[in-house]
Structure formats: C-alpha cells, structure tokens
Design a protein around this ligand. Sequence first.
Ligand code: SF4
Ligand code: SF4
Length: 308
Amino acid sequence: MSSEPLIFDTKGNSLEDGPGIRSVIFFKGCPLNCLWCQNPEGKKATAELWWESDRCVKDGGCMEVCPRGAISPDHAFFIDRNRCDGCMLCVEACASTALQISGQSMSVEEVVQQVIRYRAYFEATGGGVTLSGGEPMSAPEFVADLLKRLKEEGIHTLLQTSGLFPLARFDSEVLPWLDAIYFDLKFMDPALHRRYCGTGNETIQKNFVTLLRWSRSMGFELLPRTPLIPGITDTDANLHSIADFLSGHGVERAALLPNNPLWLEKGPRLGEALVGTLEKRLRSFYETKRLEEIEELFSSYGIAASVA
Ligand code: SF4
Ligand code: SF4
C-alpha cells in the first residue's frame, strides 16, 4: 500500500479544472518554486501553519500555549517561523480558527469517499476528478492507487502537472488509469526557467515529447498550458518560442492561464513576504485585447489557444 502524502485542499465543484464539474484534490510538495505560484501552500511537502489575519482576534490564546515563544503581534506575520517547531498546539488553542494546519494526511479510500458524493454532477456534466497541487506526481504510488480506485468507480480522471517527475513506470502504473494530462509549459529558455521556477526545464520538455508520443498511441488527452504572468512568461519572445516548440511537434491545441492576483494574499498567511518590486505588475489582471493578441500569436503557428 502507498504511503499517504499531505493534501492541502479539496474542492467539491470546480468548473475550471478540466471538462464538466470536477472535484479537485490538491497535493502538497512540488519540485518547482515558481515565483507566481497560485498555490504557495502546495510547494512544501510538510504541514505548515496557516494564519488568517482577518479572523485573528489577538486574544493571545496561542501565545500562552506556544512552548517556543514564536508568536507575537510584533512579528511581521505574527509567527516567527524560524522559532516554530511545528507542534501545532497553537492551532488547538485558537478558538477563532485563525490558525490552521495546511496539509492533512488522507488515505486513498478517504479521498475516494470524499469525491464520490459528487458522482451525479460528474455524470450529468461529463466531469470527474482532477489531481492538482503542488505536484501530484511527488507521490507516484499514492496517485497510481488513487487513480485505479477512481477508474473502478467509473470516474473520469485528470492530472495537472508541472511536468517535472520521473517517467519510469509512469506508462505501466499511472497511465492505464488516466484520461487526461494538463501539462504546464512556462518557458523554453532554461535560464529563464531556472530564474523564475528554480529548476531547469530539460526534463520537462523531454517528458512532454514522450507523453505526446504516448498520447497518440494510447489515446489519452495531453493539453499543454502556459500561465500568462505579466512581463515574465507573457513576453512575445517566450510565447513565440513555446508556440514554435508545440507546432514543431504537431500540437494543435493549447490552454492559456491568465494571472490571477488573488494568490498574492496567500504569502503572508504562510509567513512569506510579498514579491518585492514585481508585486505591482503581478497584481494586474489581463485585458481582453492582450489575450486576443496572444491567441492570434499561437494561431499564426496553427495552434488554437484559448483561456482555460
Ligand atoms: S506550531 Fe509553532 S507557533 Fe504554534 S505553538 Fe507550536 S511552536 Fe508555537
Ligand atoms: S509548479 Fe505549480 S505548484 Fe509547483 S511551484 Fe510552480 S506553480 Fe506552484
């Protein structure tokens, strides 16, 4: 039996994570460290303290129980994470639930029972279950067991991935239970990928090409997706290089994921500072005109790209 990874969220009814109405399971742990990560609580594989400042009534209950003296209104984000040892006594003491634990262990069967309640919605809309994160493939055995159980229940399955994971045994142990893979391509230039995502992209590109070949022979859907981050991934040079790479491999469809600045509120809840001088740019929403320009750019390579 596979060991249990930590899950930081489950969404019941999503319309944004694949076809139809879907339940989404968010895994903790990711090999990348993207500057704009919409789910920063998915980066670390370990449980983390999550502090909701607007729920905090500053009654000091957590400060009284903290054995490390790590909590004080004088700290920038209330908790000194360097002192904190993760005992979570403060979470139990916080009656207003301002302090929570991000990351819960769940068994395969617990996840299945949680999502199966939405089966009627899946069946009515062509939906199913999406594995997201973080990087679900950080827990390959658990993912294989979970997907197998979901297929036994006749549920459509989709994996959202950063693309950075070992492909060994993926075709024999994971693919038989998968209907679709949404695969992120952020940069073609390895130096830019390293700068903004913390790793090179050679394995990601190789994995994409291998999965594309398998998708054609095995019949599952492989959809490349590019997050549009103002001034970072959405430069004409980067978008041309991605479109050129995809058209060179005969890809005809791609998804665009426009920046959603709401993620910027999550950093302080995890005790992380905002992203300095880039913050103003990252707070912006896309205008329709720019999105149409980007769709036209992909179209000039024979690729139908649309906002997911
Ligand atoms: S989890 Fe950290 S902040 Fe909370 S009581 Fe334990 S040491 Fe203190
Ligand atoms: S790959 Fe996704 S989950 Fe991982 S750090 Fe980047 S944006 Fe976040």
